[in-house]
Design a protein around this ligand. Structure first.
Ligand code: SF4
Length: 308
């Protein structure tokens, strides 16, 4: 019985590994890779009937075999080129320009989320992340907040903006007359940027990491189709628009457009934690008032006068 359980666990682990490999191959193909170098003996093993089974570790490893894998021995024969197989899953963004509603949107969102959870495109982040932080909130919301990347708290919780900066963002959202549950919150990067050699702190995502991960955010935007977006900080702006000529101090408060959706740049909440000037809080609040106006939502006199 114990051996059966071990077999089932190993099979599940194999399935996860296989799916991650398939996703990775699709990513390579999407990035323009046409050929891969593959060991011919491994290829032969994969094309044999029942090959998946043969690659699953056996419950009782044979003597002399360290992990009991039935993988073929490393070939001494030369490697050959094969064409990358056709993708099995549909492309990341598959709406074809049509808005998906209700359950169809939820199903498409769940599929993309699943792919993010299994994503191994940035191996150095995969090896250090605790959780993939996909996003949270209402996938039918007219308002989407875009942040930078998960920090240590978010990495642990698997949810964006849960630390001190997250609490502040929650208060800003509430001051707008909304809640975290009625907006959607996502980051440019879904995995925490590793900070090699230190157990705390954050670092800015690299352009390559942003490039790798952006399709997930693009898919989220494509599915949600918000009527307005808020880019929290300079890195979120760079993720959406590439390298910009100005810093967030100059960019904030002026609308931009991303895939036809108005984007309001403003300061990242962590900047507000470092800079407690009322005038800076007022700047962020004026940006949020513009967002409410763009959404056509009522603004009370009290709201208009916050931080005055
Ligand atoms: S950061 Fe994004 S692209 Fe990189 S491994 Fe995580 S989910 Fe994949």
């Amino acid at each position: 019985m114990e051996n059966d359980n071990n077999s089932a666990e190993m099979a599940n682990g194999f399935g996860t590994l296989l799916q991650a490999t398939i996703n990775h191959l699709e990513d390579l193909r999407r990035d323009g890779t046409k050929y891969l170098t593959v060991d011919p003996s491994l290829l032969a093993a994969l094309t044999q009937k029942g090959s998946a089974k043969s690659l699953i570790p056996t419950p009782t490893p044979p003597p002399g075999d360290r992990v009991g894998l039935s993988l073929p021995k490393k070939a001494e024969v030369p490697t050959s080129k094969i064409e990358v197989p056709r993708p099995i899953d549909p492309p990341l963004i598959a709406t074809g320009g049509t808005a998906l509603m209700g359950e169809a949107r939820a199903a498409a969102f769940a599929e993309i989320r699943e792919r993010a959870l299994q994503c191994v495109k940035c191996p150095h982040l995969v090896s250090t992340r605790k959780k993939v932080v996909f996003g949270t909130g209402d996938i039918h919301s007219p308002l989407l907040f875009v942040g930078e990347a998960p920090g240590a708290d978010e990495d642990l919780a698997g949810e964006p903006f849960v630390g001190r900066a997250g609490e502040l963002l929650t208060r800003i959202i509430q001051a707008m007359g909304k809640s975290r549950e009625t907006v959607y919150i996502a980051n440019i990067l879904k995995c925490r940027p590793d900070t090699a050699g230190q157990s705390f702190g954050n670092r800015k995502p690299t352009p390559e990491e942003i490039q790798n991960c952006l399709p997930f955010l693009q898919a989220q935007i494509e599915l949600i189709r918000p009527r307005a977006m808020v880019a929290l900080g300079g890195t979120a702006m760079e993720g959406l628009f590439g390298k910009l000529e100005d810093g967030i101090t100059k960019l904030r408060g002026r609308w931009r457009e991303f895939q036809g959706i108005p984007v309001m740049p403003t300061y990242h909440p962590s900047y507000l934690l470092r800079n407690q000037l009322v005038s800076v809080k007022r700047e962020v609040w004026e940006d949020m008032l513009q967002v409410l106006e763009r959404l056509g939502e009522p603004i009370s006199e009290k709201q208009r006068n916050f931080f005055r």
